[in-house]
Design a protein around this ligand. Structure first.
Ligand code: UTP
Length: 268
């Protein structure tokens, strides 16, 4: 059973500067709610009981967002609508644990700081830059994991010109919307890409990944890359599936992507 999730939030958000300097992009609104709450709702509906939010000192405002504020709550006691919204945060607060990454050394390192917290064989990893609406992508991944006892990543085909922006997977077999993965390559040139299937920020990973993350050196762009450890996990015999997810994808990691996503989402 998948009951634990890691959501890394300790990145610098350099593509959205200066707006991310004091206010993390994960707390930005997307429609009527924040990007982070959307992802927490997805976790909740996928059966997750415990969520590790990886933050840094410079992003401690994320912790404050979930902290109790008795003064505020006393002042809005008779405002049922406002109380209802605060109660949603309280519901998430019960599941959340904050874990600190001292410096932004890369996604692989952000996952690795949670290594002692993960108790089950497999866990869910969600990157909030990638928002998927209309279908619960995490729930889809959980059911593939259940059926195949595999690690699973969400994937979609990207345009040739965008292949070098993503982790790309290679596969040996495709059965409807499920791929048997045999390779991961981080941000390859198109000439070296094994396919045009990009990894989108939803993963179910075996706990064994920590063995490889512990040994990981800095890879592409001077950061500890999760894809390097995923390759080693694959070579060690872990079965890996790709899930061509249903639902609609919104890119919230770039300024242009965020503006487009905000316009698309409306009241959804
Ligand atoms: P990105 O690689 O997109 O980095 O991280 P970023 O900091 O969010 O944004 P840019 O590239 O500088 O504009 C993907 C996810 O991993 C987290 C980020 O917060 C984001 O959710 N992350 C990244 C960490 O938690 N720690 C890191 O060291 C790097």
């Amino acid at each position: 059973m998948i009951t634990q999730a890691i959501i890394p939030l300790a990145g610098l958000g350099t593509r959205m500067l200066p707006l991310t300097k004091a206010f993390p992009k994960e707390l930005w609104p997307l429609g009527k709610t924040s990007i982070l709450e959307r992802v927490l709702k997805e976790c909740d509906e996928a059966g997750i009981k415990e969520v590790f939010l990886v933050i840094s000192k410079r992003k401690s405002i994320i912790k404050k967002y979930f902290d109790n504020d008795h003064e505020l709550e006393n002042k809005i006691l008779n405002n049922k609508k406002a109380i209802k919204k605060i109660n949603i945060l309280k519901k998430y607060q019960k599941k959340i644990k904050f874990v600190y990454q001292n410096s932004a050394k890369g996604l692989g390192d952000a996952v690795n700081v949670c290594r002692k917290k993960i108790k089950s064989d497999h866990f869910l990893l969600i990157l909030p830059d990638d928002i998927i609406i209309k279908k619960n992508c995490s729930r889809e991944l959980v059911s593939i994991h259940k059926a195949n006892k595999s690690s699973v990543v969400a994937t979609k085909i990207v345009q040739k010109k965008d292949v070098d922006r993503y982790g790309i997977l290679g596969f040996s077999k495709k059965n409807k919307s499920i791929l048997d993965i045999n390779k991961f390559v981080e941000k390859p040139k198109i000439s070296l890409a094994p396919s045009k299937y990009a990894i989108i920020g939803r993963y179910i990973l075996s706990k064994k990944i920590f063995k490889f993350l512990n040994k990981s050196k800095k890879g592409k762009h001077g950061e500890v890359q999760i894809t390097d450890a995923m390759n080693e996990l694959l070579i060690s015999g872990e079965k890996f599936n790709g899930s061509i997810f249903k639902g609609s994808y919104l890119d919230c990691g770039t300024m242009d992507g965020y503006i487009e996503s905000f316009n698309k989402i409306g009241n959804y």
